[in-house]
Design a protein around this ligand. Structure first.
Ligand code: MCN
Ligand code: CUN
Length: 787
């Protein structure tokens, strides 16, 4: 495994002294979280939510609320619309979203009014007393109901239909022909249920217009610059009058990408009441304001008798809820779903998707997903196992047979991606060896003899991250490149700023390492700063695992720009031509004269004390527009035991072998994988935002929506292979989302493998004890011989 060498990687990885206890930008408060920020004369805001999923609003009576001591104001859609801020644009530009319910509510818990008060308690008391007169309407609780257009949910839109968009890619007729000519075709309906990112800290903001009329907006945002530009678009305030500051987020996982109605209401309150306004989301608000996945997929997978893949066809129905608030790049309404061909060679492929409005919370993208890759990866990896089962092949051998080979990269897929690099077979071999596959197979055969249910599940996924190349990718028209700024001080210490925003991914450590490695300086002496639009260079933020592929590339290239300038100063110091110098062992050395050298530290001092004829100072800003995405991959193997009597699954082992290209910091990478696997485990076995037929949301808190603790979580085994990205400046790919993308299929494949002797072919997630028990019971009832 290649990894970046820094002087003290271990020490760095521990984050010793890297983490600032108190950020000077937040000195008004006591800490770095949004709720620690308390401004003078600050008011609090609480929101009123609809108990109905679909209803006309006949009237809103605020008189009782305004009787509460400390009550300042109640705002409804009427007031917002009078000021032209009743709706906000969604990030990928296909839809707009009500800030407060206008005329009718479209989902349970939708925001209906905002209450402002002197204290937090008073604000919540007010919210209780706002009386809304609702007239319930017929509810559309599934996209399949939505299709009929019997109930039109969004009369505000020009197109009078619940159908939002159709997206397709690939060769439809060629795929159909290849499928009919195939020896065998797997056909399976597979759902990826609605889930939620559930960061430990919910969202929140503090909005203030300062004495100069400038908006200071403290907000939990994974993309501060995009927020600033979006606020300019919504409010018409020029960007010099807006400062967006994103403090420590308490986790994001995609949940802190969208602009939520609460933010706009806080800003509106601050503007009207001329006092700072704080809004901190409740857990239920966080659980009910956005979601991810909710894809209903039909797959057809063709193969010849020997297991060679012939064609792939996918038809998906997507539930987008009441507003299409997905934050996908504008040309990709279904995100990167085209990665559904995975790690395999398909001569023909076609993917089709139709998205619909329903009476559910808005959204449809955000949760450790690189834009729909998680759904795509789950689908193909699940289907490969079904195919292996049908053909009586070993699932690892079926994969190996169809892998894109190492020598085929760059590889053009039939669904329009060009994979940069990979060595799938090697990664699979490492995993099989490490887990002891042959022994596991033997053990499984013995257990099956005894009627015990043991399963081994694979996922050999390919991820796509690093949006992206500006010719393809934009959010609200803003191209998705990233900026990096590096300033080296006379002592050789420095400050690093990027347009990304860490939520716990450790950019404070890894950004310092990238620059330190390029310049031969001490990573301990770099201050890494993100999240303040007044100081950071423009960037599109941290999501879709794009930080290392894009901002990481910008940092390496900015550091190299500094090195080129440093070379001139070094030449002056050594009294030679810069062409006589080589960069060797982290210093400039005169070619052919070992020992005649100056270090970057010496050059840094000279840049401010003795630059010669060169421009003084040592700093650089650079914007990086990557030529392609990066394509990390991995082999994950789960080993499970299923209790035949109770349906309980025990994940006995889980091995993740990830290939993220050049590794910057092994410990951070391992932490990312552990966290993502724990999320994948939760998705596979316990989490779902379910709705009943009446449109009631059944998962609005952590007793209904389960988050695993260390007690429930399996032990994670990890390993790495390294296929550097050929185009990334340091060969790095990403890792932040891989474990969430790759793991659900491995868990489910393992459980279905365990149940396969009973003839069970598929169960949709989450694989709760009840569902697995019912599947076992049904299978046993069907074939008592299986006992
Ligand atoms: N890294 C590395 N070597 C590599 C690749 C990455 O050392 N070859 C390091 C990076 O430098 C960075 C970390 O690993 O410090 C993650 O890098 P990357 O894969 O580029 O992902 P991002 O930094 O863009 O993080 C985004 C990703 C996403 S989209 C979600 S969602 C998610 C995730 O990261 N949310 C997280 N991990 C999270 N981790 C925490 N603690 N909290 C979240 O909210
Ligand atoms: Cu899609 S969740 Mo992460 O991309 O912030």
């Amino acid at each position: 495994m290649t990894e970046i060498k820094t002087e003290q990687p271990e020490k760095m990885a521990m984050g010793k002294s890297m983490k600032r206890k108190e950020d000077p930008r937040f000195l008004q408060g006591k800490g770095n979280y949004i709720d620690d920020i308390n401004l003078k004369d600050q008011l609090y805001m609480a929101l009123v939510h609809s108990p109905y999923p679909h209803a006309n609003i006949k009237g809103i009576d605020t008189a009782a609320a305004m009787e509460i001591p400390g009550a300042m104001a109640v705002v409804t859609a009427k007031e917002l619309e009078a000021h032209g801020v009743g709706w906000l644009p969604t990030f990928h530009g296909l839809d707009k979203q009500m800030v407060l319910a206008s005329g009718k509510v479209l989902y349970q818990y939708q925001e209906v009014a905002a209450c402002y008060a002197e204290t937090r308690e008073a604000a919540y008391d007010m919210a209780e007393l706002v009386e809304v007169d609702y007239e319930p309407l017929e509810v559309v609780s599934t996209p399949f109901q939505a299709m009929t257009d019997d109930v039109l949910l969004r009369p505000d839109r020009e197109a009078k239909t619940n159908h939002i968009y159709n997206w397709n890619v690939g060769d439809s007729s060629g795929t159909d022909a290849a499928l009919s000519a195939s020896d065998h075709v797997v056909r399976q309906h597979i759902t990826f249920p609605r889930v939620h990112a559930a960061p430990l800290e919910p969202c929140g903001c503090v909005a203030e217009f300062d004495a100069m009329g400038r908006l200071q907006f403290y907000v939990t945002s994974q993309a501060p610059h995009v927020y600033r530009t979006a606020l300019f678009m919504v409010l018409g305030i020029p960007e010099d009058k807006i400062r967006v500051i994103s403090p420590d987020l308490g986790g994001g996982f995609g949940n802190k990408v969208p602009i939520y109605p609460g933010y706009v209401c806080a800003i509106a309150g601050a503007l009207v009441l001329r006092r700072p306004v704080k809004w901190i989301e409740t857990r239920t608000e966080n659980m009910t304001s956005s979601f991810a996945r909710d894809y209903h997929m039909d797959i057809e997978l063709g193969a010849s008798r020997d297991g060679t893949l012939t064609a792939l066809k996918v038809n998906t129905v997507a539930d987008h809820g009441a507003f299409d608030a997905a934050a996908d790049p504008s040309k990709y309404p279904a995100g990167m779903f085209g990665i559904v061909t995975g790690s395999y060679q398909f001569p023909h492929a076609f993917a089709n998707l139709d998205a619909y409005f329903t009476n559910k919370q808005p959204g449809g993208v955000a949760y450790r997903c690189s834009f729909r890759v998680t759904e795509a990866s789950y689908l193909i990896e699940r289907a490969m196992d079904i195919l292996a089962d049908d053909l009586g092949m070993d699932p690892s051998e079926l994969r190996r047979k169809n892998f894109i080979r190492k020598d085929q990269f760059p590889y053009q897929t039939p669904l329009n991606f060009v994979y940069d690099s990979g060595d799938y077979e090697h990664t699979l071999n490492v995993a099989l060896e490490k887990i002891g596959y042959q022994d596991l197979l033997k053990e499984q055969a013995e257990k099956r003899e005894k009627g015990e249910l043991m399963g081994i599940g694979f996922s050999t996924f390919t991820e796509v991250t690093g949006a992206g190349p500006s010719k393809h990718f934009d959010i609200l028209g803003i191209k998705m490149f990233d900026g990096a700024e590096i300033r080296i001080h006379p002592s050789g210490a420095g400050i690093i700023r990027t347009g990304t925003k860490s939520q716990g991914q450790g950019h404070e450590t890894t950004w310092a390492q990238i620059v330190a490695e390029e310049l031969g300086l001490d990573p301990q002496n770099f201050l890494v700063e993100e999240g303040d639009t007044d100081t950071a260079p423009y960037g599109l933020g941290t999501y879709a695992s794009r930080s290392t592929p894009v901002a990481g590339g910008a940092l390496a290239l900015a550091a190299r720009k500094i090195r080129e300038k440093a070379r001139k100063i070094a030449a002056h110091l050594l009294e030679v031509s810069e062409h006589d110098l080589e960069w060797k062992d982290y210093a400039f050395e005169v070619m052919g004269i070992p020992g005649k050298r100056v270090t970057m530290k010496e050059v840094a001092f000279a840049a401010y004390t003795n630059p010669g004829d060169n421009e003084p100072g040592l700093e650089a800003t650079l914007y990086y527009d990557p030529p392609n995405m990066v394509f990390p991959h991995g082999t994950y193997i789960a080993v499970v035991d299923v209790d035949r009597e109770t349906g309980e699954t025990k994940v006995r082992r889980f091995l993740a072998v990830d290939d993220a290209g050049t590794i910057i910091n092994p410990m951070i990478v391992e932490g990312q994988i552990h966290g993502g696997l724990t999320e994948g485990f939760a998705i596979a076995f316990m989490q779902e935002i379910a709705y009943d037929e009446a449109g009631n949301n059944l998962a609005t808190n952590f007793t209904d929506y389960l988050v695993p603790t260390s007690l429930e979580s399996p032990h994670w085994e990890t390993a790495a292979t390294c296929t550097p990205s050929p185009h990334h400046p340091i060969g790095a790919k990403s890792v932040g989302e891989s474990p969430n993308v790759g793991s659900p299929a491995a868990f489910v494949n393992a459980v279905i493998d365990a149940l396969s002797p009973l003839g069970v072919r598929h169960i949709d997630m989450p694989l709760t004890r009840e569902k697995v028990w019912a599947a076992i019971r049904d299978a046993e009832n069907k074939s008592p011989a299986a006992d």
